[in-house]
Ligand binder design. Structure first.
Ligand code: NDP
Length: 476
């Protein structure tokens, strides 16, 4: 049946082509509510873009578990044979919405699993480590990635200034400046949960875990020169690549793997396993196959399903939990808080964010509460009116903490060089040349004092690293 256009209040619209005017030449009449509503809605068609990871692409898919890891976790979505509908959102970090996709930058790899026990979000990147290990440094770091307040231009000098004063960034800087720092598209990256999380089994035993998603499409990257040509013609190369592959039923897949570490092993590890600037070496903590992630459905509406998608590491399910990682602890707060501000207080009610399982909170008013009204005297807790109650069977086992409350110097006694050295040493000579050239080009316009401070950090990773960058700087 042909549908009639209406206003948002359901009033039928008689004319959507001609505004209401006094005489054919105008002026317009204030009572043309259809015109006023259209213009007012247009003014409100955007929500604030994400402060970081603003430019992104996403798709729906499924996580299938093929191996038995029940000795580590009781999570229903992680039991052998389980299939869980999920959403993935990929992104660049620094660029605003509409920035070019093919830029040298970390890629976000955010996953939301709609499990029968509530939503489980893993908000990872295509790199296993990060630039800082203390969240107190995070807003400062992000300022260096954004625009200079006066020039309104991106400012690589700020990045090198911050990095050269923060040796903990060396590992991530080396990955960012390597061939993998400029991926061809989102299908050709690995995803890493990056943080250490915990898995909890039926017996209440906790095991520390790292999550990995290895691309079945193979890692593929652009050189700086290739990316320049791509961006000249196509600013949404990663969006196009992902969208079109899924439209063509060429569904991208990732092998889901974990590394585990017992609480005893963690105490004896030669590095802090909760430090986001460190990986867990594969030979000591081997990869365990768990399953496959497949993306097989494009969103129907980008704004509703991707722009409004709200991922937060605060969303965990029974059998999965957090760790003492300071960066993770801060993200548990700041991600959900960003969505409350950006999308709205009740952002979890939107269809893309809403869990499949029941939601029973005592949160009340606030903008856009569009829950069906369901009258109850149980609008506080505890109450005598049969309202939802806590259930102690969902309690986590106690987690170990030790030490006095203090501001501990996170740089003291921390080895920031061994792991970047291991990465540098595994690069082929061609990869090393790319690394040197990428750094030298990125450093253009940076003052010499900052460059020299950074070179002395590269020197401590490996003399060939500093030497290679120095040589490359002569020829850019
Ligand atoms: P391994 O030799 O077992 O692993 C090396 C890893 O490095 C592989 O996973 C490989 O990924 C990855 N890699 C290769 N080139 C690059 C690059 N340009 N940028 C980022 N990663 C790359 O050694 P270890 O586990 O002992 O780790 C050695 C170093 O490898 C670490 O210090 C770290 O920098 C890096 N790395 C380690 C990871 C880990 O979880 N242990 C994960 C990713 C990197 P692939 O197999 O896909 O080719």
């Amino acid at each position: 049946m042909k549908k009639t256009m209406t206003t948002t209040a359901g009033n039928k619209v008689s004319d959507n082509q001609n505004s209401l005017s006094a005489g054919p030449r105008g002026p317009l009449l204030m009572q043309d509510y259809q015109l006023l509503e259209k213009l007012a809605h247009q003014n409100r068609e955007r929500v604030p873009e994400r402060v970081v990871h603003a430019n992104g692409s996403g798709a729906f898919g499924e996580l299938t578990i093929t191996r038995d890891i029940s000795k580590y976790t009781k999570a229903k979505a992680l039991q052998k044979g389980a299939k869980t509908k999920m959403l993935a959102r990929f992104s660049t970090v620094a660029g605003e919405r509409g920035a070019a996709d093919a830029e040298r930058d970390v890629r976000g790899f955010a996953l939301k699993f709609y499990t029968t026990e509530g939503n489980w979000d893993l908000v990872g990147n295509n790199t296993p480590v990060f630039f800082v290990r203390d969240p107190l440094k995070f807003p400062d770091f992000i300022h260096t990635q954004k625009r200079h307040p006066r020039t309104n231009m991106r400012n690589n000098e700020a990045a090198w200034d911050f990095w050269s004063l923060s040796p903990e960034s060396l590992h991530q800087v080396t990955i960012l400046m390597s061939d993998r720092g400029l991926p061809k598209g989102y299908r050709n990256i690995n995803g890493y949960g990056s943080h250490t999380y915990s898995l909890i089994n039926e017996e209440g035993e906790r095991t520390w875990v790292k999550f990995h998603f290895k691309t079945q499409q193979g890692i593929e990257n652009f050189t700086d020169a290739e990316a320049e040509k791509v961006v000249g013609k196509d600013r949404e190369s990663s969006q196009k690549d992902l969208f079109e592959a899924i439209e063509e039923k060429n569904y991208p897949k990732w092998d889901f793997q974990i590394q585990v570490m017992s609480q005893e092993q963690a105490k004896k590890a030669s590095f802090n396993p909760f430090d986001l600037t460190k990986v867990w070496p594969h030979d000591e903590y081997p990869m365990i196959d768990v399953g496959v992630l497949e993306l097989n459905e494009n969103p129907q509406n980008y704004f509703q399903q991707i722009e409004q998608a709200s991922f937060s590491p605060s969303n965990v399910v029974p059998g999965v939990s957090w760790s003492p990682d300071k960066m993770l602890q801060a993200r548990v707060f700041s991600y959900a808080d960003a969505h409350r501000y950006r999308v709205g207080t009740h952002y979890e009610m939107l269809p893309v964010n809403r869990p499949l399982s029941e939601v029973n909170t005592y949160h009340m008013d606030g903008s856009m509460n569009f829950e069906e009204p369901n009258y109850s005297d149980a609008y506080y807790e505890p109450n005598s009116f049969d309202g939802p109650k806590e259930d102690a069977s969902f309690a986590e086992p106690p987690f170990p903490v030790d030490g006095d409350g203090a501001r501990y110097d996170h740089r003291e006694g921390n080895d920031d060089f061994t792991q970047p050295r291991a990465l540098f040493e595994l690069m082929s000579s061609d990869q090393k040349q790319q690394l040197f050239g990428n750094i030298a080009r990125h450093m253009q316009g940076t003052n010499e004092k900052i460059i020299n401070r950074q070179l002395s950090l590269f020197e401590q990773v490996h003399p060939d690293y500093a030497k290679g960058v120095k040589e490359a700087l002569k020829s850019v």
